[in-house]
Each structure stands twice: as structure tokens, then as C-alpha cells.
Design a protein around this ligand. Structure first.
Ligand SMILES: O=C(O)c1ccccc1NCC(=O)[C@H](O)[C@H](O)COP(=O)(O)O
Length: 273
């Protein structure tokens, strides 16, 4: 075992510093008040259900300017425009990266994207403290993602409980069998299977192929990362997977509405009117 910190270790260490600093600037009481003042969550899981009923796929389309694995992906980055285009293109939900240091995102990106459309929004960040869950709701987020590899069982349970208490949905992200065994003990049915190994930054769709058949009854797979073309969606659909988190492949295209429509049509989606 190497002691060299992985990318995920570095991101989480940085996040701990940021959250400690944020707590000094904005008290949890202020955040709780702001979270209470928000309109109710838009129903993230439900929106995927509806879109699967309508067109056969529930796509979480991601708004991400840059990433540790790819550097800057989309220099001309306009979250509100992208959100509207994704909605027209057939997305069920949005994922908005709010991490600044590694993804060049911001909380303002989430607000701009959510206000520009009717889609439910995942606050895509690295959640290491319950404070960030309250903050996500205070920003208007409809869903949070918890990376099982980054949290203890007690932390997962606590953060999931806070999010579900707000009526938000929770995606529990796993990358191997041991993480999946921990995730399925929690309440949320949404299990995000990340095809990207966050330790070595390699993507392999075989991860979904290996893990999806192990999911217990009642749990729902979302295949995440490295999905590029219609063939990838069909390959996953053969496993029964209909929910996908897709970022880079769409963000690299000038016209993301058209790119999403082409992706869906190529994968056999129906009635994309
Ligand atoms: O995308 C990265 O390079 C990355 C690196 C370290 C931690 C997380 C990372 N990505 C976050 C994501 O969840 C992806 O943006 C999402 O699954 C979409 O992936 P893709 O379609 O491959 O952009």
C-alpha cells in the first residue's frame, strides 16, 4: 500500500480546510434558517422515473467546467444557458459541480443553473461534513451525493439523515464491492456506481458491469462517469441500467442540447419531442 495521497484524499483534505474556514464566516444557525426558507426540493429521483417512463432514459446531465482528470473542459462556460439546453435536450436532472479549487465551479453556478430551468439539481461536491448538507439545501439543491470511500458509516448515516430530512434525494457513490456492501445498508435506494477510480483516475465501464448484478432488490443503479456515446448507454441498458450521470462527453460539445438528443436517439430513446 502506498502512502502517497490520492486525488480523492487531496480533494477531501482541501475541503476540510475550506469547510473549517466557512464555519467561521457563516454560522450553522444562519444556514439552517436559509435552508428552511427554500422552496421544497423538486424531486430528483422522481424526475428520473418520469423521464424513463417518457423516453426510456433518466439522464443526469452535468455542468462542469474543468476536472482533475481532464483540466479545462469548457472554457466558454455559462451554467444558465447549459441548464436550459440540457432540459430541451431531454435531461431528467442536472448535476452542478460547486467545487472551485479542482473543478472551477461555484455555488453561484448551481443557483444560476437551477433558476434557469425546472429540473432538479444535484449539488456535486465532496461532502465531508454535515454543514455542507445544510449548505446544499440553503443553496436550493434537490440532491446530494455521498462518496462512500470518503466517509465512515456513521458519517454516511448522519449526512444521509439530514438530507432525507429536508426531502432531498441522496446518491450513495461506490466503486467496488466493499463500498457497495456499506452503501446498501443505508436508506437511500440510489446507488451511483462510479466507473472512474478516484484513486488512479482511470475509467472503465466494466465497473458497472461487475457491480450492477450485485445490487439487492429495491436498490437502483446510476452508472456514472466515462459514458461517451450511444453504444455505452446501450451496453449499460443491457444490464437494466437506465440512469446515467454524464459530464465530459456533453460538456465538450458546443451544442449540448443537440449532443444530448443525438446520444439519446442513438441509444434508442423514444419520443424526444
Ligand atoms: O472528473 C474527474 O476527473 C474527477 C476527479 C476526481 C473526483 C471526481 C471527479 N469527477 C466527478 C464526477 O462525478 C464526474 O464529473 C461525473 O461522474 C461525470 O463523469 P464524466 O462523464 O466522465 O465527466
Amino acid at each position: 500500500m502506498s502512502d502517497t495521497p490520492t486525488v480523492l484524499d487531496r480533494i477531501c483534505a482541501e475541503k476540510r480546510k475550506q469547510v473549517a474556514e466557512l464555519k467561521g464566516r457563516r454560522t450553522i444557525q444562519e444556514l439552517l434558517k436559509r435552508a428552511e426558507d427554500q422552496a421544497p426540493p423538486r424531486g430528483f429521483a422522481l424526475s428520473m422515473e418520469h423521464q424513463i417512463d417518457k423516453i426510456g432514459y433518466g439522464i443526469i446531465a452535468e455542468i462542469k467546467k474543468a476536472s482533475p482528470s481532464a483540466g479545462v473542459i469548457r472554457p466558454n462556460f455559462q451554467p444558465a444557458q447549459l441548464a436550459r439546453a440540457y432540459q430541451r435536450g431531454g435531461a431528467a436532472c442536472l448535476s452542478v459541480l460547486t467545487d472551485q479549487r479542482f473543478f472551477q465551479g461555484s455555488d453561484a453556478d448551481l443557483g444560476a443553473a437551477r433558476s434557469a430551468c425546472d429540473l432538479p439539481v444535484l449539488r456535486k461536491d465532496f461532502m465531508i461534513d454535515p454543514y455542507q448538507i445544510v449548505e446544499a439545501r440553503a443553496l436550493g439543491a434537490d440532491c446530494v451525493l455521498l462518496i462512500v470511500a470518503a466517509l465512515t458509516d456513521a458519517e454516511l448515516e448522519q449526512m444521509e439523515g439530514i438530507a432525507l430530512g429536508y426531502g432531498m434525494d441522496v446518491i450513495l457513490e461506490v466503486h467496488d464491492e466493499a463500498e457497495m456492501a456499506r452503501a446498501v445498508k443505508l436508506k437511500s435506494p440510489l446507488i451511483g456506481i462510479n466507473n472512474r477510480d478516484l484513486k488512479i483516475m482511470k475509467t472503465d465501464l466494466a465497473t458497472s458491469e461487475r457491480l450492477v448484478p450485485l445490487l439487492p432488490e429495491g436498490k437502483i443503479a446510476i452508472s456514472e462517469s466515462g459514458l461517451e456515446g450511444p453504444g455505452d448507454l446501450k451496453r449499460m441498458a443491457a444490464l437494466g441500467v437506465r440512469r446515467f450521470l454524464i459530464g465530459e462527453a456533453l460538456m465538450r460539445r458546443t451544442d449540448v442540447e443537440q449532443a444530448l438528443k443525438v446520444l439519446l436517439a442513438g441509444a434508442g430513446a423514444t419520443s424526444l419531442a
